[in-house]
Design a protein around this ligand. Structure first.
Ligand code: HEM
Ligand SMILES: *[C@@H]1O[C@H](CO)[C@@H](O)[C@H](O)[C@H]1NC(C)=O
Ligand SMILES: *[C@@H]1O[C@H](CO)[C@@H](O)[C@H](O)[C@H]1NC(C)=O
Length: 318
């Protein structure tokens, strides 16, 4: 209930301050064509998170991996076809991205609630990410809408454009800058790791070889992730994986980042980054506000081409 109240307050303030100034996306895009669109998405997201709390994290990551590969255009949802190999089998997505069934469920529900094919898959990801964060106890930032879905997807671009958990600070920053995002966006959006899990395969070198890791934290993870294991076990990205809080940042200040890339934000040699980690670790209000701002910025990443469509089925072009 508190979450819902907070959501309305934030919405009202932001709508008044920035009505339509952010490019072509707008907050009220579906208000006339399908007023039921946003409540319908939220109800399915709510149900999915009730049955599996991790699903909120998985939906957030789908939006991030969509936006970082040729803009927010639903490209990561496309299955492979005879004409292209899509993004699902790329390095950072294979056996890793999840939530596709929930997106299908949302898409079917909005198509029905809107009496037709009105809401794009890219917008569904943006709305589902925002709702997930709010449902898991986080802020309710304003979500801007009106995206079109891509007609193709690119395995090569997904391999090149999604940041690696083995990156150092410089690599992470240059990846974000190549997407028009800055150092502060990098730190605050990494706070997405306040929720969700990661497979051993993504952090095994860290727990065996890194020196900027809390020793007892490393020892406990080695039990779940033996050197010659299959890499498929999972561990929490922070100590409270179903609550969108500042525990992720607190963990970094205690050398308890799960991924090498996480710990680089604090120990990677950039003092501005380390200072921001400390700042957010002690300031939930600032984290929430800045997270909403940076999510809108990420959600504005433009598609590579202007020809798009509203897909009837998020897995394939019409
Ligand atoms: C800064 C660079 C980033 C790197 C290197 C990175 C890397 C990763 C990796 C390796 C995983 C685990 C994947 C697996 O187990 O297969 C993960 C999970 C996750 N990431 Fe990131 N990530 C980054 C930024 C972000 C951002 C910006 C967001 C969202 C704003 C995000 C949201 C998530 C979430 C929510 C999960 C958990 C997903 C689940 O439990 O299903 N990440 N990330
Ligand atoms: C740790 O580093 C050594 C030496 O570079 C390497 O051979 C080994 O594979 C690494 N261990 C893990 C688990 O990554
Ligand atoms: C890890 O899990 C995936 C399915 O999620 C499976 O395809 C893969 O074979 C598993 N890896 C091993 C080594 O068992």
């Amino acid at each position: 209930m508190a979450g819902i109240v907070r959501c309305f307050v934030t919405l009202l303030i932001i709508v008044v301050l920035i009505p339509t100034s952010s490019g072509q996306l707008t907050a009220d895009f579906y208000d006339k064509v399908c007023p039921q669109a946003l409540p319908t998405v939220k109800s399915i997201v709510q149900r999915a998170i009730m049955s599996e709390p991790r699903m909120g994290a998985s939906l957030l990551r789908l939006h991030f991996h969509d936006c970082f590969v040729n803009g927010c255009d639903g490209s990561d949802l496309l299955d492979d076809t005879a004409n292209f190999i899509g993004e699902k089998t790329s390095i950072h997505n294979l056996n890793s991205l999840r939530g596709f069934d929930v997106v299908d469920e949302i898409k079917a529900a909005v198509n029905s609630a809107c009496n037709g094919n009105v809401v794009s898959c890219a917008d569904i990801l943006a709305i589902a990410a925002r709702d997930s964060i709010n449902i898991l106890g986080g802020p309710c930032y304003n979500v801007l809408l009106g995206r079109k879905d891509s007609l193709t997807a690119s395995l090569a671009d997904a391999n090149a454009d999604i940041p690696s958990p083995f990156s150092n600070f410089a690599g992470l920053l240059s990846n974000f800058q190549s997407h028009g995002l800055d150092l502060k966006d990098l730190i605050v959006l990494s706070g997405g790791h306040s929720i969700g899990l990661a497979r051993c395969a993504t952090f095994t070198p860290r727990i065996y070889n890194d020196t900027d890791i809390n020793p007892s934290f490393a020892t406990s993870l080695k039990n779940a992730c033996p050197v010659n294991g299959d890499g498929n076990n999972t561990a929490p990205l922070d100590a409270t994986t179903t609550i969108f809080d500042t525990v992720y940042f607190k963990g970094l200040t205690r050398q308890k980042g799960l991924l090498h890339s996480d710990q680089e934000l604090f120990n990677g040699g950039n003092s501005q980054s380390a200072n921001l980690v400390t700042y957010y670790s002690n300031n939930r209000a600032a984290f929430w506000e800045d997270f909403g701002y940076s999510m809108i910025k990420m959600g504005n990443l433009p598609p590579a081409t202007s020809n798009g469509q509203v897909r009837l089925n998020c897995r394939k072009v019409n």
